[in-house]
Design a protein around this ligand. Structure first.
Ligand code: NAD
Ligand code: GLY
Length: 357
């Protein structure tokens, strides 16, 4: 069984992301990253029943079960996780293994960051979205009624294990939602990858293993480069990963967490970013049409739901990426070339939303 190792190189040292099929059962690869103290596998019933066995046989661990779903990515669930770690008397030499999608990764990651001011964290993402994005780069946190991922911490894992064989059990809606974040990497920095995606829609929808490995590894590499250069999103690079996300977080917040999958909202957000880019920086309409065509073929949404524009704008203003009275957006100058802009006058944003119903 071959696997690929991609390192995320940070000032404090590098950590590996292992990509390949069947890696959860390969304790020889990931056990060296587990600490000497107690181990907790934080997951949910669904993922544990599908993928827990081979993995939990590798290491003596207590399982902590959290409720499933974006609507549970909140303080209450975080508290359950923290109390379970305390009940098992985990010390600072303990390790949290987050086994699941982005919701488990973000919640368990924040629990690992805050429990005793930090214990080891090992990510084992089991959704496409989490393998290509959420498990890499150290963003952890939970939602609040005021905004998505409103409370959290940057907390890097010691390793990430992307077992692509776990994706076979994903409901197709979840798999397709993960493809949106992959399109994002192409749009923000890799025009040839965009063409590759256009040429490989059929293979991707059929989940052909080589195509899946290619998109996972290409995305992990792209994210590793960005995170290495701008770990805490204080420069102008990591922020580009938020392409489409201001619109997306607005949709998720207004529709109610869990109603839209994150990747679905990001797909609509990327079309909105393209349309806004036409107005703000000369992005060509023909490329917006290409983006819509690709998303449509990937079975992703590309239009706003029927929600009131003012309510959506209000939720977008609350998104944490916005400084006082200014909306910040990632726009594209061309497919594969993105940058940020600051907007004082919301008119083009409002127009974008209204023309995309
Ligand atoms: P998710 O974690 O809710 O998982 C989707 C569903 O699939 C869940 O019901 C889950 O139990 C189930 N599931 C997971 N693995 C499975 C498998 N292999 N087979 C069958 N079912 C499986 O959703 P997601 O799309 O993975 O993650 C979305 C979350 O990630 C959002 O909260 C988003 O904000 C966050 N996110 C975080 C970052 C980051 O940098 N930290 C980046 C992107 C997204
Ligand atoms: N998903 C955005 C980031 O990790 O920065």
């Amino acid at each position: 069984m071959t696997y690929t190792r991609i390192d995320v190189s940070l000032a404090k040292g590098a950590y590996p992301v292992f990509c390949g099929s069947g890696l959860l059962a390969r304790g020889d690869i990931w056990k060296p990253f587990v600490g000497t103290g107690q181990v907790a596998v934080i997951s949910n019933n669904r993922v544990l029943s599908l993928h827990g066995d081979g993995m939990t046989q590798q290491v003596k661990a207590k399982t902590v079960i959290l409720p499933d779903g974006e609507e549970h990515k909140n303080f209450k669930t975080l508290e359950i996780a923290l109390d379970e770690l305390a009940a098992m008397e985990m010390r600072r030499d303990g390790t949290v293994i987050a086994l699941g999608g982005g919701v488990i990764g973000d919640t368990a990651g924040f629990a690992a960051a805050s429990y005793m001011r930090g214990v080891r964290l090992l990510h084992m993402p089991t959704t496409l979205l989490a393998q290509v994005d959420a498990a890499i780069g150290g963003k952890t946190g939970v939602n609040r009624p005021h905004g998505k991922n409103m409370v959290g911490a940057f907390y890097q894992p010691v390793a990430v294990v992307c077992d692509t064989s776990t994706l076979a059990t994903l409901p197709s809606r979840e798999y397709v939602a993960g493809l949106a974040e992959i399109v994002k990497y192409a749009l923000l920095g890799d025009a040839p990858f965009f063409v590759w995606l256009e040429d490989n829609v059929v293979a991707l929808l059929a989940q052909e293993p080589t195509a899946v490995r290619h998109v996972v590894e290409t995305s992990v590499r792209a994210k590793a480069v960005i995170v290495a250069a701008d770990e805490h999103e204080i420069g102008d690079l990591r922020v580009l990963l938020n392409l489409g996300h201001t619109f997306a977080h607005g949709i998720e917040n207004v529709a109610g967490y869990g109603a839209w999958l994150h990747g679905e909202a990001v797909a609509v957000g990327m079309v909105a970013a393209a349309r806004l880019s036409e107005k703000m920086c000369g992005f060509v309409a023909a490329d917006t049409a290409r983006i819509i065509a690709l998303l449509r073929r990937l079975q992703l949404p590309y239009a706003f739901p029927n929600i009131d524009t003012d309510t959506l704008l209000c939720a977008m203003r609350a998104d944490k990426k916005h400084a006082a009275n200014k909306l910040h957006f990632v726009v594209m100058e061309a497919v594969g070339r993105a940058r940020t802009i600051e907007i004082d006058d919301e008119t083009p944003v409002r127009q974008t939303i209204e023309e995309m119903r």
